[in-house]
Design a protein around this ligand. Structure first.
Ligand SMILES: [Zn+2]
Length: 405
């Protein structure tokens, strides 16, 4: 994907996870082909001083950050790869651009603890049945840990609890977000959501299209009713080994990773993916959120892990190179901020640009409402970061639309 406009995106709360990834994809080398920014002189009426945007820029794409991929992935058909002793890697197919999710099984005494579920589709349920009866040799599942609430990770949580009679481990934030979003959508767009789109400068008919898309989400399934809570800093003892719970934010409210310090294994969920960057989204539920700041802080936390940690991510391949990857992800978002800054400076002559206008500049090739949902959320995440840093200003114009400059 040489398209230089992209934020890559992982799954999003209310959206199909695929688009995310497809929407944008990691910026490839084409990124460098962009023309040098032209900084328009601010008009006398521009609401904010240019220097507010001053700040570090991404600079050229860093070199030498290639990751090591030591293992060939399993096919998404119920076969497994042993990623480490007592740690199995399997894949569940997904009918979308991002065509799979990795799930893991950690040996737990005579049985196995499952990590993440795959989408709530009949075929995924069949594959779990197949996995348990073949790859696990009939050994039971002892529990399920869902790293976060997104449907590719937790879509089958309630079914697996019931079918295999196992407990579900999640953080409080993820469990309750899953419960909340499971509730049926109202028929009409709620006021807070309408305001979110309106303030972003999105015309009403496009806002309606996004709302209709969210309402028709194919992957909403029954939410689990009970869970066991994990927290940042907890240690889960699995088969006699201590696994630390590391919580990340930005992509989801309270995303759990599991880290085995002795063997240097990180079950990373979507908190550290090797080829795509996870969607960071400001939603209508929390319009003033600053997920990018939370994401950067979470990358700092991951940087405390050894570089040679074997990372077991939820998408693409198992890899080594924690620090190389966090560095690339920081660069990616910094570059998005640079491009956004250029657009904001251009917009100053018109009294500031709207979030929708900024989105069109960052993501010029959106393919439909789901792309637009993710792109708008990602654009707002970067705008809110600038705001929180005091580098731009936001005003409400006489039509009730936010203008950023
Ligand atoms: Zn996710």
């Amino acid at each position: 994907m040489a398209e230089p406009a992209e934020a890559d995106v992982g799954s999003h709360p209310e959206a199909d996870p695929d688009i995310a990834h497809d929407l944008v994809g990691e910026p490839q080398d084409g990124a460098g082909a962009q023309a040098a920014p032209v900084f328009d002189a601010p008009s006398p009426t521009a609401p904010v001083k240019v220097e507010l945007l001053a700040g570090p820029s991404a600079g050229p794409r860093p070199q030498g950050l290639e990751l090591d991929f030591p293992l060939a992935p399993p096919r998404p058909d119920g076969t497994v790869v042993e990623a480490a002793e007592g740690l199995l890697w399997a894949r569940m197919p997904m009918p979308m651009g991002l065509d799979h999710i990795n799930v893991y099984l950690i040996r737990d005494g005579a049985g196995w603890l499952a990590v993440d579920t795959g989408l709530a589709l009949p075929h995924t349920r069949e594959l779990w049945e197949h996995l348990v009866s073949t790859a696990l040799g009939g050994a039971p599942l002892t529990g399920l840990l869902c790293t976060h609430f997104h449907y590719d990770h937790a879509g089958l949580a309630a079914w697996m609890q019931e079918r295999f009679d196992i407990p579900l481990w999640m953080t409080l934030g993820e469990f309750h977000t899953l419960r909340t979003l499971w509730a049926p959508s109202p028929a009409q767009i709620p006021a807070h959501q309408a305001r979110y789109y309106h303030r972003a400068g999105l015309p009403a008919e496009r806002a309606q299209a996004l709302f209709d898309t969210l309402r028709q989400d194919r992957f909403v399934s029954t939410a689990p009713a009970t869970f066991r809570r994990v927290r940042q800093g907890d240690v889960m003892t699995i088969d006699g080994r201590p696994w630390q719970v590391l919580v990340g934010e930005g992509h989801s409210p309270e995303h759990a990773c599991l880290f085995d310090a002795e063997r240097r294994l990180l079950v990373a969920g979507d908190q550290l993916l090797p080829r795509i960057s996870s969607n960071l989204m400001v939603s209508s539920t929390e319009p003033e959120a600053d997920p990018l700041q939370r994401w950067f802080l979470s990358l700092d936390r991951l940087d405390t892990l050894p570089e040679d940690t074997l990372v077991l991510p939820s998408h693409d391949e198992v890899f080594r190179g924690v620090h190389r990857r966090t560095r690339m992800l920081r660069w990616h978002h910094q570059r998005t901020l640079d491009r956004l800054g250029e657009r904001l400076i251009q917009g100053r002559a018109e009294g500031g640009c709207t979030a929708t206008q900024a989105m069109s500049a960052l993501y010029p090739r959106l393919r439909g409402p789901m792309d637009e949902i993710l792109a708008l959320g990602e654009t707002l995440a970067h705008l809110n970061w600038f705001l929180a840093q005091g580098r731009i200003a936001r005003t409400l114009d006489d039509q009730g639309i936010h203008r950023y400059a």
